[in-house]
Design a protein around this ligand. Sequence first.
Ligand code: FES
Length: 181
Amino acid sequence: MAESVVTKEAPEGEATRRDFIHIAAGAAAAGAGVMMAWPLINSMNPAADTLALSTVEFDTAKVAEGMQIVITWQGKPVFLRNRSAAELQKVLADNNASDLKDPQTDAERTKPGHEAMLVVLASCTHLGCIPTFGTGDYGGWFCPCHGSHYDASGRIRKGPAPTNLVVPEYEFTAGSTIRIG
Ligand code: FES
């Protein structure tokens, strides 16, 4: 004798509850997938120590006198500024100016034998905006975000920025070529 199968529709509330359980299980599985995928994705990123060690080389002879070039190092913009004789004379004369908030001589911010070349991170030390070249009261850079004025040595002279533009670790490797980092 053939068996008869009796089917019964679940009451509406029950179906909704069942759907919810399925959805919740699906969401949990998707979450687990992301959790499992994360170590793989994370392992594809460069290690922190690799990032810290990465360097960039650039021939500063490409920067015309009185101009700057912006290069990227570790994802950050860096100003390479070849200061004119007049700019250099001015920043040297200001080495002991009373309005230096973060006193430094220009020589402390450059390399011997390459005094005209200034290398600084293109990040205002107030809140990180990119200052504009050749503007402001001191002819260095001006940060329009909140009005910080830097001289052509990248020293903060006026405005809310607390410290000078940061000089990264760098060296001249051969002739006019520098390696940052
Ligand atoms: Fe430059 Fe505020 S970010 S003055």
